[in-house]
Write a protein that binds this ligand. Structure first.
Ligand code: NAD
Length: 499
């Protein structure tokens, strides 16, 4: 069986802890590789290498650092098919979706090519007699990121590209479920001209994460994953004096107004609810039609579309709509939650429970489920399911619909489908959720805006990518310098104010 490695100091390094995790092919259920789980000692060694490499990298001028990103973009495009295939094989998502995963990371790398502009400081000429004042944006030093299984290319790039272009070294601790693509990305960054030791991949689980949180050299921690772990990492990282941003789980509502184009809304819901088997933090998992008549029309449009979804392995190329979920445990959790929905009185209008794919009986496939008459107190409404399950909650008014989304503990994304500009504007202004779509079901901002949820979907104050990423990965130093013009004065004993 293939034994994966860490990537430290520009080389693939075997794990020495003796602990491994199994990496599955979710389509077949087979274990296809084992990934080493780093000990604290292995993490410490990687941090020491990063600490040594970082000062010279920070001293490399920003234009040259940006050129590494330019070359990296070229290499990502060159290897797109290879990366997508490796990604699908471990994650299970379809090949076009896997290429999209790489592409949405690549776009952040493109944004990072603008680093020389973003890193320009501020300057005040003659702030006082003979006095100039300037602010510099300096790298933090060694930074780290912990990423989830569901976007094994995009989210690592969202973190390491801005971190590195700002002059930091970066330790990536990817998900142990699909670690191959992060290792390939590290190789490509080096091929693009990044000095050894600036980007390192250390595979692992809680032990490696705790080693990051406790390491005094590591200045910042970025995390994307489930909310309980996000809260843990935020609390520990902050307590240890690090700069931390943690992005957590989601329960994204899509409100369908009576005036919405029902075909458009149903198409949007099917893509946003079931794409990537629902394993997206921006997936729509709750549909909220306003009024029973709207709900009936929506369900009528949705049922045939959901029943027609094609589920299969990524090797079927464009012929499948979504693939298996990531592990047998994820599948069991989805099935358990579906059962609670039935037990608690929701109406299962499309039942995917008996789904089975000939030749792939051991794969982690889950059929598409559609619930109607879901209510606020049900487990399928309260919890993130992270599977191909869409819940319909019928609201009697716009106020009730917006109230549902606002009262939910998560606040990652939301959408409204309507033809009325006034309703859309009111929704966008009042909703307490970080990313809002108007007739757009998955409003993931592009690279030059920022990505982040509110409430229990985000802990910290700076978002991912866009201008916030340059703030997160730099620290401001402000210099006040005076070159006296010959008049020597005595000491000043009151706080200086500029005249
Ligand atoms: P997860 O929380 O299980 O794992 C994320 C990372 O944390 C992994 O690297 C994992 O090794 C590590 N980890 C797991 N348990 C840990 C522990 N006890 N202590 C320390 N580290 C631990 O999440 P996942 O299943 O990989 O990803 C799915 C989750 O991520 C969903 O909840 C989804 O909504 C969320 N997500 C959020 C966003 C966002 O931007 N808000 C984006 C993608 C995914």
């Amino acid at each position: 069986m293939q034994e994966l490695t860490h990537y430290i100091d520009g080389a693939h390094v075997k794990g020495t802890s003796g602990r491994f995790a199994e990496v599955f092919n979710p389509a077949t259920g087979e274990v296809q590789a084992k990934v080493p789980l780093a000990s604290k000692d292995e993490m410490d060694k990687a941090v020491a290498v990063a600490q040594k490499a970082q000062p010279a990298w920070a001293a490399t001028n920003p234009q040259r650092r940006a050129r590494v990103m330019m070359k990296f973009v070229e290499l990502l495009n060159r290897d797109m098919d290879k990366l997508a295939e490796a990604l699908s094989r471990e994650h299970g998502k379809t090949l076009p979706d896997a290429a999209g995963d790489v592409q949405r990371g690549l776009e952040v790398v493109e944004f990072c090519i603008g680093a020389p502009h973003h890193l320009k400081g501020e300057f005040t000429d003659s702030a006082g007699p003979g006095i100039d004042m300037y602010s510099m944006k300096q790298a933090l030093g060694v930074t780290a990121g912990i990423t989830p299984f569901n976007f094994p290319a995009m989210i690592p790039m969202w973190m390491f590209a801005p971190a590195i272009v700002c002059g930091n070294a970066f330790i990536l601790k990817p998900s142990e479920r699909d670690p191959s693509v992060p290792l390939m990305l590290a190789e490509l960054m080096e091929e693009a001209g990044l000095p050894k030791g600036v980007l390192q991949v250390v595979n692992g689980d809680k032990e490696a994460v705790d080693a990051i949180l406790e390491h005094e050299v590591i200045q910042s921690v970025g995390f994307v994953g489930s909310t309980p772990i996000a809260q843990y990492i935020y609390a520990q990282g902050c307590a240890n004096g690090k700069r931390v941003q943690c992005f957590g789980g989601a329960k994204n509502h899509m409100i369908i107004m009576p005036d919405a184009d029902m075909d458009q809304a149903a198409d949007a819901l099917v893509g946003a609810g079931y794409g990537a088997a629902g394993e997206r933090c921006m997936a729509i998992s709750v549909a909220v039609p306003v009024g029973d008549e709207t709900a009936d029309r929506l369900i009528e449009k949705l049922v045939p579309r959901v029943e027609a979804l094609k589920v299969g392995p990524y090797t079927s190329g464009n012929d499948v709509d979504y693939g298996p979920v990531v592990t047998a445990a994820a599948k069991a959790n989805i099935e358990r939650l579906v059962q609670t929905g039935i037990d608690q009185g929701a109406k299962l209008v499309v039942d995917g429970r008996d789904f089975s794919l000939q030749g792939y009986e051991d794969g982690f496939f889950v059929g598409a489920h559609l619930f109607d008459n879901v209510t606020k107190d049900m487990d399928i409404y309260k919890h993130e399911i992270f599977g191909p399950v869409l819940s319909t909650v019928r609201a009697q008014s716009y106020e009730e619909a917006i109230g549902l989304a606002m009262d939910h503990e998560y606040g990652n994304g939301t959408a409204i489908f309507t033809r009325d500009g006034d309703t859309a504007r009111d929704f966008a202004a009042r909703i307490n959720i970080g990313m809002v779509g108007v007739n757009v079901p998955i409003p993931v901002p592009l690279a030059y805006h920022t990505f982040g949820g509110w409430k229990k979907s985000m802990f910290g104050d700076l978002n991912q990518h866009g201008p916030d990423s340059f703030k997160f990965y730099t620290r401001t130093k402000t210099v006040t310098s005076r070159w006296p013009s010959g008049i020597k004065e005595g000491g000043e004993f009151s706080i200086p104010v500029m005249e």
